[in-house]
Design a binder for this molecule. Structure first.
Ligand SMILES: [Zn+2]
Length: 274
């Protein structure tokens, strides 16, 4: 099943799906174990830096074959693609979905580059996600002025033909200083202005109840990255501080297990069964 079709299926049931970033074999394994244990579908995401770190084909092939090995229903997605060229490379390798993020460019430029990616992705039957508004990236100021405007969202979706839209409604990338308050009224307005699949970036550190409310009001895809990196590294640090083991195959699983636990918890939330 195509990811676009899965979105429709889930949206009809008011359920969400996790887009989880992975960084290496161990984090990928953790995410897949969690998906398998909860029998839930999953989107495996790679950013440009993860692609540079692992290699495009290596990362794609690893994710693809591990999905098969574990019998998990999943899709491979480019997260925050910053150029047409990168999106094209990913589509060529076989990605099911790409994000083109030109959200920091003026609206017309964002529309132009996004439309170009949509046109290309059609040849592959791939899903395209874009971003409108300003979801603070790591180290950027969080500013309410950058929230997605419902009328802009309508125009953007109609002009570009995207399948999924990342909205700025109060989340940010990285961890939060204080628990963020999502602008749910704005979310409902965006959801009624357009029928595109809505995506929440910056899912790390958002309480489960807020995530559920967001899904009830139209969010379908929830991205999770920071918490995965964090739990993996914190667990590893603690383990290594008191351990002389040099066989990495005996050390990494402790950290992988924590990723499994984290993602299982999030999957229970996005499943959204009350
Ligand atoms: Zn993001």
């Amino acid at each position: 099943m195509k990811l676009q079709e899965k979105f429709i299926e889930l949206r009809n049931k008011r359920q969400g799906i996790l887009g989880t970033n992975f960084y290496n074999f161990e984090t990928l394994k953790g995410v897949l174990f969690a998906a398998k244990a909860t029998e839930q579908p999953i989107i495996l995401q790679l950013t440009k830096s993860s692609i540079n770190y692992m290699g495009l084909k290596a990362a794609f092939n690893l994710a693809k074959s591990m999905l098969d090995d574990h019998g998990v229903e999943g899709w491979i997605h480019l997260d925050h693609g910053d150029s047409y060229e990168l999106a094209a490379q990913c589509l060529d390798v076989g990605f099911d979905s790409v994000m083109i993020d030109a959200s920091e460019q003026p609206l017309n430029d964002n529309i132009a580059i996004t439309s170009k990616v949509v046109k290309l992705a059609k040849n592959y039957g791939a899903n395209v996600e874009a971003e409108l508004g300003y979801i603070a990236k790591l180290g950027q100021d969080k500013d309410e002025n950058g929230f997605t405007q419902p009328e802009d969202a309508k125009q953007f979706v109609e002009s570009t033909g995207i399948d999924a839209l990342a909205v700025a409604i109060g989340t940010a990338h990285g961890f939060y200083d204080k628990t963020p308050k999502l602008d749910l009224k704005r979310l409902s307005d965006i959801a009624s202005a357009t029928d595109v699949t809505l995506v929440l970036h910056g899912g790390s550190g958002i309480p489960g109840e807020s995530l559920r409310q967001a899904i009830d009001r139209g969010i379908c895809k929830i991205n999770l990255a920071t918490e995965i990196k964090n739990i993996f590294m914190q667990t590893l640090k603690t383990k290594l501080a008191t351990n002389e083991e040099i066989d990495l195959r005996k050390v990494f699983p402790t950290a992988t297990d924590q990723v499994v636990k984290l993602v299982m918890g999030k999957l229970e939330i996005v499943r959204n069964i009350k």
